[in-house]
Design a protein around this ligand. Structure first.
Ligand SMILES: [Zn+2]
Length: 257
């Protein structure tokens, strides 16, 4: 059994065939999905999907590229969605200095506000980080997130930073990037990450793994991520599938559900 801990079945790319996409994923052994919101429509859609499908869970939050549009009304709506029983984490949140659609200071403020909300609600956090590893680490450390923990989503930093995020109680989630030939830093991370902190994801429809690179990604392809991680560690794919699913169930507190 596989758990895709970060996918966006809530975006237009899946509007036409979400049902068939879920079916294909199940045939590939994916039994649970965390559908992650990043703005108002995708948060709403995530809840709609998790309400409709027992195997879908919701992660609700405000993306750093949207930080400039975070208002009191947005916060009200987030707080209301976060009370839904299918919500397992808060995110994605973080810093994105690649697109820089909001000034870093604004991104930092909205990031910290969301961490505080997650702590109030005792929810783990899902972190988006692009070209901003030092500031992301600093904020997570200053906010002392270890009591809630969370996920470094599609982690693409090096092993040294990985150790620092692990020290803060974070999990490391690997995406299709690990299947890319030149992603040597991510390969090193895949070999080094402690098994009890490892998660896998697709970030679909983005970041399709080899052999689908450049195409639309979908949760069924999380199998290719598991396969590559298993290969890099000299393990069996079923072992990786079982361990990462167990880690996700534990982090999301789904063991008893
Ligand atoms: Zn994402």
């Amino acid at each position: 059994m596989l758990f895709d801990t970060h996918c966006h079945l809530n975006v237009d790319a899946f509007e036409e065939d979400v049902e068939a996409t879920i079916q294909r994923a199940k045939e590939a052994g994916v039994e649970r999905f965390a559908v992650v919101g990043f703005d108002a429509p995708t948060n709403k859609k995530s809840i709609a999907l998790s309400t409709q499908y027992p195997e879908i869970y919701s992660i609700i939050g405000w993306h750093p590229t949207e930080a400039g549009t975070y208002t009191p009304a947005v916060q009200e709506s987030l707080l209301s969605l976060l009370t839904n029983e299918k919500v397992v984490a808060m995110g994605e949140m973080g810093l994105d200095y690649h697109w820089n659609t909001a000034p870093p200071a604004v991104q930092e403020k909205i990031f910290r506000i969301q961490i505080q909300i997650a702590k109030d609600l005792q929810l783990p956090i899902s972190i988006h980080m692009r070209d901003a590893i030092e500031d992301t680490y600093r904020i997570l450390r200053e906010e002392d997130v270890s009591e809630i923990g969370g996920i470094m989503h599609s982690y693409s930093g090096d092993v040294a930073y990985m150790e620092k995020f692990l020290d803060l109680g974070m999990h490391i989630s690997l995406s299709g990037v690990v299947t890319f030939k030149k992603a040597s830093e991510v390969h090193e991370v895949a070999k080094a990450v402690p098994l009890d902190r490892l998660l896998i994801e697709t970030d679909s429809p983005y970041l399709a793994p080899v052999p689908y690179r450049g195409k639309r990604n979908e949760p069924a392809y999380v199998r290719y991520v598991a396969e590559r991680v298993a290969e890099l560690r000299g393990m069996d794919i079923n072992e990786i599938a079982q361990i990462t699913t167990q880690n996700a169930n534990q982090l999301f507190r789904l063991e008893d559900r």
